[in-house]
Structures are given as C-alpha cells and as structure tokens.
Design a protein around this ligand. Structure first.
Ligand SMILES: Cc1ncc(COP(=O)(O)O)c(C=O)c1O
Length: 462
C-alpha cells in the first residue's frame, strides 16, 4: 500500500485516534499519583528513541505505541499540582479539550481567509484581555508562543515608534546612522528581556541598568532621567520573588516625556484581574506594551503567549510582512500582530479557558495561587526555613542557613518524586524557588510539600 492509501485508511478507520485517546485518558488517571519527575528508568528508556531514521514507513499504531511506551513516563507531571519549578502552570480541562479539538481542525491563524474561527477568537480574546487587565480600548493583541516572543514584539514596537518620532523609518533605514535609542531596565530584568534587546540590535552594553530593592523592584529613586528616545522595561512579577515594579510612578514619569514603557508581565500581569491583588499592577494602563502568558497563570496548555500594545501602528509596522499572494481581509489577520506568518490557532484554547472560568473563575484561580503560596511560606517558616521574599503573589524563595544546606535540601526534594522545585541565586546566595501556579495545588499538597521539606532537613542535617 502506498503512503497516500495508508493515510487515507488512518483517517477513515480512526482507530489510531481512539488509541491515542485511550493513552491520554490513562495518562490523566496517573496524574498526581506518579513521580513528579521521571524515574531513572524512564529517562534511560529515552535512549530507545536514538535510532536511525527508518527506511520504510511503519504502521501508525506502532509509532504511537512506541511513543506512549517510551515517552509518557519521561514527562514531568505538570498536571498533578506538586510541580513548582520555573513558572509552569497546570491545565484547565476545558482549555485542553478545546486544544485537542482545534488540533483536529489544524488551523493556520495567519490570515482570516486561512481560519475565520481563529481570527474571530483572536478578536474576542483581545477584547476580554483588555477588560481583565484594565487596558485602554485602543490596545491590540498578538498571539504568540510565549513571553519571550511577546517581549520581543513589545520592544520591536517601541523601537519602531521611538525611531518614527525621530523621523527615522527603522524598517527601511536600519541602524546605520540612526539616532540613539536608550534602553532602561532593572538589574533584575528577566533573561528574555536581554535576549530581545540583543535580537533587536540594541546591544546589552547599551542598557542603562537600574539598581533594585531587596525584592528585585527597580529603585525609582535611581531611575535615570527619561526622555522621548527611551524604552523602559518594567516587570509585573519577578521570576524569583514575584515582586512588581512601581508602575504608577515610573509610567507617569515616562508618559510626561514620551518614553515607551514595556511591562514584562509573563505571569504577574494576571494580578490585574483580581480585585484583591490588582493593587500590585496599579498604573499599568499608562504603559505602551505588555507581554503575558496564557500557559502560566491562566493554565492554558502550552504554548500560549500574548503581546498587548496601545499603538497598533507601531506593532503592526514593526512586525510587517508582505507578499503578492497574501489575501488581506477587512476582518482580523493575525499575522500582522506577530513575527510569524503561519502559526497555530492559540486563540482557541485561550478563549476556552476564559469562557469556561469567567471573570469569577479567573479571580478565584489567581487568588488561590496567592493563598497557597502564603500558606506554604507559613508552614515552611514554622519548620525553621527562611522565607527570603515578601510573598505578594505566587512565588516563594526559601533558604536554610548556608548555600550548601539549601542546595542539598533542594536536591533531596527533587529526587524524592513527591514534588519538584528549582533553585536560583538571589543576592549572591543560593535559594530554592517555588512557583504556585497550577489550579490543582490544594492545601493538602501544601502540607505534603512542607512535610517533604521537613524530611529533607532531617536527612541533610543528620
Ligand atoms: C518574568 C518572566 N518573563 C519572561 C518569561 C519567559 O516566558 P516564556 O517562557 O513564556 O517565553 C518568564 C518565564 O518564566 C518570566 O517569568
């Protein structure tokens, strides 16, 4: 049978999709029960993938069985509620299910004519996000893979606008002989900000770094004098401490002189959607561009990021693309708001998460992270651990006496299989980082995690 005939049979027969559904549902049954991090054996089995590219076509069912057998056990249990590494987020079931459906639709969301449904839901998500974050009506959104790209887009828009204000079209003229743009960022800016600065050709040597306080917040008193040629990068949610910059006062200063402000709000921008926590984001509506993820705090499936910008012309001109074959539409063409042309329809699972949760559900989700984080910090402090940061959102930094003991405790917990967390260096010292950002995490999980810390402590001190 030739390949076409074989594939036609797969679509007709559908059994491989049922096979995958069975695997997926069995996987769900194991969530929260298996080791949070893959066992040594599961990692060793990954070697089974290291083979020559097969010469002949295989049976689809065998490919999928191979993947399930060797792959599923080598996944990290993000869905179980005790994975606290990085800022990872769980998954809203309705959003995951919508993603599965949209995967069957296999839409390219670049243009309206390629996917009217994706375009419509981009429009809806844009409007809902603006409302949730309290941003001006003129704000537009682009749907990208994550904050790394969203930051790049926001800074590209800022670069376009600042140059344009100097009568310089960066798209045409490039950097040769261009007026100088200043980049101002806190020393705690996320690594992806630095990446965007380098990709956009500014160069890290040209960043005017601003000192920060004990929580990683940019010190307003040390902010250099801003001017119309400045792009300021702030953050809503420091990746370690969860701290928020003082947007009200910095954005006001920036606005007075016409400087561009980008807010990296990968996980923290969502605080704006909670009545209890929105004090943290006071003043953000004065900024020009924002990066935020669906896949972190909102718990959509990976990957799902958003750039928001109050200057449509700057964003779309910075990311412009053209071609005689491109069919423009009076409806929304998603590719004008992102660097990619072809892209999957991320608006679908994002829409499903927001429609399912509603305003109240989103607020409950966000407040829940904060509550679990404060509970865990309390439990750990009771056991004698130092809580290094003020827990204002969902991030906790923990330390025990020395770098050595802190790292040993971290390693013990990572190997325990009970939960998983990572480390970082904060003020020159090792810390353990915990990020609470899965809806699954319960008070019981908090107690289990605190107990694991206690066991780790007695083990490393014995
Ligand atoms: C503050 C901040 N900015 C940017 C990023 C990068 O986001 P992404 O991994 O979605 O590209 C992260 C990731 O954790 C983050 O915490």
């Amino acid at each position: 049978m030739n390949i076409r005939a074989k594939m036609t049979k797969e679509f007709k027969d559908k059994s491989i999709f049922k096979q995958v559904q069975d695997y997926s549902l069995s996987y769900l049954d194991e969530v929260g029960k298996r080791d949070v991090y893959p066992t040594k054996e599961a990692l060793q089995n990954l070697e089974n993938f290291s083979e020559e590219l097969p010469q002949k076509s295989m049976e689809a069912k065998d490919v999928l069985e191979f993947l399930n057998t060797n792959g599923s056990k080598a996944t990290v249990d993000h869905l179980g509620g005790k994975y606290f590494g990085f800022v990872t987020g769980g998954v809203i079931p309705a959003s995951l299910a919508a993603r599965v459906l949209s995967d069957f639709w296999d839409q390219n969301s670049g243009l309206y004519v390629m996917s009217p449904i994706a375009s419509k839901l981009e429009e809806v998500c844009e409007s809902w996000l603006k409302e949730l974050f309290g941003l001006p009506k003129r704000t537009v959104a682009g749907f990208v893979s994550g904050s790394s790209i969203a930051i790049f887009c926001g800074l590209a828009a800022g670069r376009y606008r600042v140059f344009k204000n100097n009568d310089w079209d960066i798209n045409k003229k490039g950097f040769q002989g261009a007026p100088k743009i200043r980049i101002v960022a806190g020393k705690q800016a996320h690594g992806t900000v630095i990446k965007a600065v380098t990709l956009l050709g500014f160069g890290t040597d040209n960043i005017e770094w601003v000192n920060h306080d004990s929580q990683g917040r940019l010190l307003v008193s040390e902010l250099p004098k801003l001017d119309k040629n400045t792009i300021v990068v702030l953050q809503a949610g420091n990746v370690c401490s969860g701290a928020f910059d003082d947007f009200e006062s910095i954005c006001t200063q920036a606005k007075e002189v016409g400087a561009w402000v980008h807010i990296d709000g990968a996980f923290g921008l969502w605080a704006a959607a909670s009545k209890k926590l929105k004090y943290l984001t006071k003043g953000i509506e004065k900024a020009n561009s924002f990066s935020v993820d669906g896949h972190k705090t909102l718990n959509t499936p990976y990957d799902n990021g958003i750039v928001l910008c109050d200057d449509e012309e700057a964003l779309t001109h910075a990311l412009h693309s053209s071609g005689s074959y491109i069919v423009h539409n009076e409806n929304r063409d998603g590719m004008f708001y992102t660097p990619e042309m072809s892209k999957r329809a991320r608006s679908i699972e994002l829409w499903a998460a927001m429609k399912y949760l509603g305003r109240d559900g989103i607020e409950e989700l966000i407040n829940g992270f904060y509550e679990r984080a404060t509970e865990l910090a309390y439990e750990l402090e009771k056991e004698g651990f130092e809580i290094v940061n003020d827990v204002v959102f969902n991030q906790i930094m923990i330390r025990y006496k020395s770098d050595d003991l802190t790292n040993k405790i971290m390693k013990y917990i990572q190997e325990s299989g009970t939960c998983w967390l990572g480390g970082a260096i904060w003020n020159g010292q090792s810390v353990i980082r915990i990020s609470i950002c899965s809806w699954v995490t319960t008070q019981e999980d908090v107690l289990i995690t605190a107990k694991t810390f206690k066991e780790a402590l007695s083990c490393v001190e014995s």
